[in-house]
Design a protein around this ligand. Sequence first.
Ligand SMILES: Nc1ncnc2c1ncn2[C@@H]1O[C@H](COP(=O)(O)OP(=O)(O)OP(=O)(O)O)[C@@H](O)[C@H]1O
Ligand SMILES: Cc1ncc(CO)c(N)n1
Ligand SMILES: [Mg+2]
Length: 560
Amino acid sequence: MGHYDRSQILPSSLFFPKNCSPLSATQVSSKGFGQSRVLGYLFANSTIHQAPCIVAMQEVNTKLRIPHVLTVAGSDSGAGAGIQADLKACAARGVYCSTVITAVTAQNTIGVQGVNIVPEDFVAEQLKSVLSDMNVDIVKTGMLPSIGIVKVLHHCLKQFPVRGMEDLFPMADIVTPNLKEASALLGGVQLETVDDMRSAAKSIHDMGPRNVLVKGGDLASSLDAVDIFFDGDNFYELRSPRVRTRNTHGTGCTLASCIAAELAKGSLMLSAVKVAKRYVGSALDYSKDIAIGNGLQGPFDHLLKLKSNVHNSCRPQVFDPSDLFLYAVTDSGMNKKWGRSITDAVKAAIEGGATVVQLSSTELPNEEPNEERLGEQIFEGILREKEAETRDFLESAKACVEICRAYGVPLLINDRIDIALACDADGVHVGQSDTPASIARALLGPEKIIGVSCKTTEQAHQAWVDGADYIGCGGVYSTNTKANNITVGLEGLKAVCLSSKLPVVAIGGIGVSNARAVMEIGVAALKGVAVVSAFFDRESVLNETRKLHALLKETTSSVK
Ligand SMILES: Nc1ncnc2c1ncn2[C@@H]1O[C@H](COP(=O)(O)OP(=O)(O)OP(=O)(O)O)[C@@H](O)[C@H]1O
Ligand SMILES: Cc1ncc(CO)c(N)n1
Ligand SMILES: [Mg+2]
């Protein structure tokens, strides 16, 4: 089986300006680019293929229009580069990506084991399918495996026959060669320093593209990742720290797709390039330690999910309503009063049987803790923790996440979506006056747990519509009731439970004396009780949690 040098299929990239006329291209011979040489391009969309009716639809639907990049590239079976990188980069950057496949490669982290070129007429057919129907903003090309395919592409886009790829240069918005490609374009000159890259950028600019980015990912002599951007007037030295990782396969495809995505959104060229470079740097950093394949160069994670320092970020995150069984809501005022740290409190509650923990660093400097009011605060978002320093809260939250994860118990953060994101908690609980659950869902993504405080059936319905996972209903009991606090009582709880499509946890003045009565309302949606002071305003959190856990076990088995 033949082996292919990956450097021979590294794409350089061009954009064509949106309104360029194909007839402005000058014909240049394709000298130097044989069949085996593969270059890539980024073209701006030519609207000449858009039928008038499609243009009209575009106008009608402007609000719903998503920027669209068409990539014309090769498939990488290892999915680190090529079509697969382009799709992921565009998805990560919020842009739609359609795909015309020019070649199928057998490729992994070791190298390229085989290339199967798609027949020219079938490349043409794919191009026609996409361009005749979809509203493409930018055409980006990667692996173009033969002059024949370049011709087909050019013909399809411009109905303009060409001899070789240099025809495209004068029409290009940007060319993004790496060091080897820049060297090949300039007849094999050595490129070893940043100064060499500047000269190369200038010489390539003379070949016609409006902008040139010479990429220095492979510049061995530099500690930074340096790219040279030249717009014909000014040079910009774009530097970022070089990420020490083996996972750099596909940086070129990704960078080009990200530039295309930003351009499709309407960015100016230099901003698009800067955003793209920063995106590639972050993606490399996030996935610097992932291990895919046994070869020398691995792929990276485009979606910035596989943070190297979060060991369990791949754990399944499915909300289990039975986690509401014994819901512990911490309170820092109470913990302070009893001289325990938040982490000790959380650990004790879990060891005693808590099945979920909600972190609420409420400070109660001048008042006695008041269970019912606390419940209201906790679920209504009138939160003392807002007074606590955000940094302190984040530190506590991180420490608690670690503990909860070790025990396999979900940790929710009260109200603070920013903290939940920063410490990678399992979710948040929001009150009626906090950030709406629908927005929390949009910010946190589909898998995080979201709970909402509800007193009424209408609120419970809205929580369901908004994409919440559970509701907290209360205060069930009044304790030292304050003027504005409405308690729902067992009747209110029952009404909410009967109407709710979401599982319910009851809160407010619940402890060993009344937990049985709460659970005995016997409505399927009620999954458990949430407790604050019956755990944390006691000397032994462990003992109190154990007691209530045992009692609930007994109660639920007799209810069933
Ligand atoms: N280790 C790294 N850390 C940070 N940035 C990097 C690193 N390696 C490459 N880059 C950046 O990634 C982008 C792509 O550059 P590179 O020279 O790797 O392109 P390429 O060789 O065409 O990519 P590929 O080999 O994936 O086809 C550039 O902006 C470069 O600075
Ligand atoms: C299919 C394909 N396109 C581009 C590259 C460049 O990284 C590659 N390795 N494979
Ligand atoms: Mg490279």
